[in-house]
Design a protein around this ligand. Sequence first.
Ligand code: SAM
Length: 186
Amino acid sequence: MTARFNLRDSFNLIKNIKTTGTITPSSKGLIEQLLSPIDFQSARCIVELGPGNGCVTHALLERMHQDCVLVCLELNNEFATQLNLHVDSRLHVYNACASSIRDILDELNIPEVDHVVSSLPLALIADEMVASILASVDANLRDGGTFLQYQYSLANYRDMKPFFRDVKLRFTLRNMPPAFVYECTK
Ligand SMILES: C[S@@+](CC[C@H](N)C(=O)[O-])C[C@H]1O[C@@H](n2cnc3c(N)ncnc32)[C@H](O)[C@@H]1O
């Protein structure tokens, strides 16, 4: 299944600009770069934060092993409802804040995760909430696991450093607007 970019998605993104931080879904080029550090043969649990219309979600499902689980946390009820229409036993969608990773993983009996992929608009989220989300990502990633995040500015670069052993930064022009891509390793 492919994610279709339609007017309803864009309308929903614009209507909720304060929590989405964008007016168009991520491009294929950005998604490719964001997911490139993941070894899909070995990954068995991936968490996605802020899936929105599901463009990253669908790219993950296309690449994921049959035994891998994808847990999505999306604040926007309409996006979560839309994503829940997609039938795939590997996919678990929650209409929840990204800071509640541990509660959701407990519900699913998952002790730790291999990768966290995030499209959260960190620059628009309050500093304390960003710190709480990053702490929760760090606490639930396995050793050597990665936190993959894109951002349109470097506003939160310094916030990542205290939580991860290694923070790599790349840049892509293959998106509108161009984006920075963080690869943070625990
Ligand atoms: C930039 S959109 C990303 C949509 C899509 N993943 C993409 O890359 O095009 C950011 C998404 O994060 C969601 N979001 C914002 N704050 C959140 C939070 N605290 N917890 C979970 N989702 C959140 C928004 O509702 C929105 O769907």
